[in-house]
Design a binder for this molecule. Structure first.
Ligand SMILES: *Cc1c(COP(=O)(O)O)cnc(C)c1O
Length: 373
């Protein structure tokens, strides 16, 4: 196997999905599995669906294309508001999308009529993350326009937390979302089938003791993939944290003396983390670097310390006897490292416990998608 690669244990992805799906099901909440961190990898997406996710949610149309090209016909919702330059594609390969701009919804409606489809619209409401969203005071006016627009159907409301603010949602913010769902229904005279409360940061709220109100769906990525709560970074009980492992190869081992202090260099450009009088005199160089991954998001093997990294090299220091050149070393990754690893062209994916027989997946050609609307 060529290195570097990410080893993906699909049985752990399935297990994590099953755990979250079961816990949320008791609260009447479904799981839309978010595939953006793994760039819409079809086998990982399939593992999430096999374990009970009700559909997929993606932020990038290219990743949706990857899923559709692999023959996946499940509901896929675009969770980043569509770009005007990609409207035709969005209508063609996504059942629904999250939206905040009436000009975009108008374009989706025009494209949907041209394509003979009805595109589902979920209105994203700003409730405190200060990223995307319609202000609550403007919601009814926007919803009214969508309801009266042929080519699109208003199917739900959504909110998002913690992505920009780093703050988990409060009980009060979630109650506002439920109230807005009730108000939209009574003012616009329709039933909203989806109230998507947020992402992995909503889990402590959703699994807490108070009522979930109108929320009947969460969009979950990080908690399934890494088994951690994104707000605290802490592991979630009963979940695997090691479904993904980065494997990189040692290309040099040596001991190098500490370089002399040279104050002509710009401190901001020095990439070496020197530990004075350190016992860790053996250095390992691995063939991976900033171009591939977020080095700061790696958990190094026990007994190793990061000495520095450049575009293509990762240098570690250790007091242990050095491994041989050619040795493969294993790293756990946080969300940022995971997402960069999947987007890196030189890192390949190695699947463990893949249960989907390749020949059962319809391939290429025309696919009829299950419509959400
Ligand atoms: C990324 C994203 C999610 C998933 O977030 P996780 O923390 O990975 O669960 C959900 N909704 C939106 C709008 C997102 O951008």
């Amino acid at each position: 196997m060529n290195t570097p690669f990410v080893e993906v244990d699909l049985s752990k992805v399935r297990d994590n999905t099953r755990t979250i799906v079961a816990r949320l099901k008791r609260r009447g909440v479904s799981v839309s599995a978010v595939t953006k961190a793994v760039c819409g990898h079809p086998a990982i997406a399939q593992a999430m669906l096999d374990a009970g996710a009700s559909g997929l949610a993606e932020s990038r149309i290219n990743n949706v294309k990857t899923l559709r090209d692999a023959g996946m016909a499940c509901p896929i919702t675009l969770i980043r508001t569509p770009m005007l330059s990609q409207i035709d594609q969005v209508v063609k390969i996504c059942d629904a999308s999250y939206n905040t701009e009436i000009v975009v919804i108008n374009a989706l409606a025009t494209a949907a009529i041209q394509q003979g489809r009805v595109h589902g619209i979920i209105l994203m409401i700003e409730l405190g993350d200060l990223r995307e969203g319609i202000l609550p005071k403007d919601l009814i006016a926007v919803a009214d326009q969508v309801v009266n627009m042929p080519g699109v159907a208003l199917i739900g409301l959504g909110a998002n937390f913690a992505c920009l603010s780093g703050l988990a949602p409060t009980v009060a913010q979630m109650a506002v979302l439920s109230d807005l769902a009730d108000e939209t229904e009574s003012q616009c005279g329709l039933l909203l089938k989806l109230v998507s409360g947020g992402n992995s940061a909503n889990l402590p709220w959703a699994l807490g003791c108070h009522a979930v109100g109108r929320v009947n769906d969460l969009r979950i990525g990080e908690a399934i993939l890494l088994g951690v709560d994104p707000v605290t970074g802490k592991p979630i009980m009963g979940m695997y944290n090691d479904a993904f492992t980065l494997v990189a190869e040692v290309i040099e081992t040596d001991s190098k003396s500490t370089p002399r202090a040279d104050n002509s260099a710009d401190p901001a450009l020095i990439k070496l983390h020197l530990v004075p009088d350190s016992e860790d005199t053996t250095r390992l160089i691995l063939a991976i670097g900033h171009q591939d991954i977020d080095v700061a998001g790696l958990t190094l093997p026990a007994g190793c310390r990061l000495a520095g990294a450049s575009s293509d090299h990762l240098v570690m220091a250790t007091s242990h006897p050095p491994p041989n050149v050619g040795t493969q070393m294993r790293f756990q990754m946080n969300y940022s490292a995971l997402m960069h690893a999947f987007a890196a062209p030189d890192i390949i994916t190695k699947l463990l416990n893949d249960q989907t027989p390749q020949n059962t997946r319809p391939n290429g050609g025309h696919t009829d998608y299950l419509a959400l609307v």
